[in-house]
Design a protein around this ligand. Sequence first.
Ligand SMILES: NC(=O)c1ccc[n+]([C@@H]2O[C@H](COP(=O)([O-])OP(=O)(O)OC[C@H]3O[C@@H](n4cnc5c(N)ncnc54)[C@H](OP(=O)(O)O)[C@@H]3O)[C@@H](O)[C@H]2O)c1
Length: 436
Amino acid sequence: MPAENLAKAPLRLGIAGLGTVGMGVIKIVQEKADLLALRTGRDVVISAVSARSKSKDRGFDLSGYAWEDDPVALAKRGDVDVFVELMGGDSGPAKTATEAALALGKDVVTANKALLAHHGQALAETAEANGAVLRFEAAVAGGIPVIKALTEGLAGNGITRIMGVMNGTCNYILTRMQATGQGYNALFDECARLGYLEADPQLDVGGIDAGHKLSLLASVAFGTKVNFAAVELEGIERISNDDIAHAADMGYKIKLLGVTQMSGRGLEQRMTPCLVPDTSPLGQLDGGTNMVVLEGDEVGQIVLRGAGAGMGPTASAVMSDILDIARGTRISTFGQPAATLVDAIPAVAATPAPYYLRLALIDKPGAMAKITSALGDAGVSIDQMRQYGQTDDADVAPVLIVTDPTPRSGLDAAIETMQATGVLVSDPVAIRIETV
Ligand SMILES: NC(=O)c1ccc[n+]([C@@H]2O[C@H](COP(=O)([O-])OP(=O)(O)OC[C@H]3O[C@@H](n4cnc5c(N)ncnc54)[C@H](OP(=O)(O)O)[C@@H]3O)[C@@H](O)[C@H]2O)c1
């Protein structure tokens, strides 16, 4: 221990969960002890750990730490100052042990987006009532320090919009669909083989995991209570290779994109497939990497890119919260006192945007005129239109349309009229184009 640290008591951790992230944290604490002490002015040590299996070989020496079978008992130990919750799950021991630690006034650091998306407000209130802090940098976009960017670096800004690609598995699938021409199902199976999918794959491909993260960002950005239930969610299952190829033809890439903004319409929170220009930073984000774009009224646009998961990146984010606590930096869970967070009115409609529309049209005279008049009657104007001659079915003419910015309700009205005319051979595909 460096001599100057002797005056300050060590910060004592209790780590519940010794999987990918938990072992990443233990690795940093063991291998970088001197660096952490120099940076915080005190030693950071581990008192006790907990997981399901005590006998599992985890590749690190854990013999110096007390073992608890029960994470709640770990949270309550007298020699634990900070309870580090790295088990996962929005209920069960992750919740009960976190509550137990906070009730005793102990600080908590977690990487658990599901827990916070469902119980963040109540947990933040419990933390504040007991003089504790609850931090969750690792829960959003893994190694990217986005919560810190919002609560500290951009604290002097009104946040106007946040966009993010925050599920690496979805971005991997969409990128590989474009690069290899393989279909969604084949790539889903590849991800399962490679271990890229959550135990419940819907959390990934259904956009739920990324939606949890978006709901936390919205709370920090807009001073609102976390409202995951109001996130408009749509996964990537319906994205076809045709759409990816046609979007590319028109200068776009398809991403599972989270967008949150506060407007006169209320709070918008969407995690849905979107087109973005292929020349934009979001459009150029390939593979499993994450990107978060923050827009502030003073700073303009900031782009953060990095690993959204994995042992090192996620443990790096957990450590940043632990080291803040070691230094005495105490920031409210969502950047302002929990009692001041307001119930945001969910926006009834999204901000108008251009849309990509793919239609399969009966190849007969007059069909196109019916489409353009359906759009015109609904007040939707056309920015670009392409008709493709080639198709296996000689009677079907694929048509692509990019609209000018329009409310979604206008587009839906136009689609309803088109369907009633009988010139479509299948349901149209409409995907929002996010202006980035
Ligand atoms: N992995 C990532 O890249 C990543 C990125 C960002 C956020 N996160 C979040 O970090 C958290 C941990 O993820 P992970 O990938 O490290 O999970 P993991 O590898 O599956 O590890 C989970 C750990 O928790 C322990 N555990 C599970 N249920 C328990 C229970 N009832 N009682 C005691 N211990 C229990 C497990 O014990 P055993 O080992 O004995 O089974 C295991 O050690 C999750 O909230 C996840 O969403 C993960």
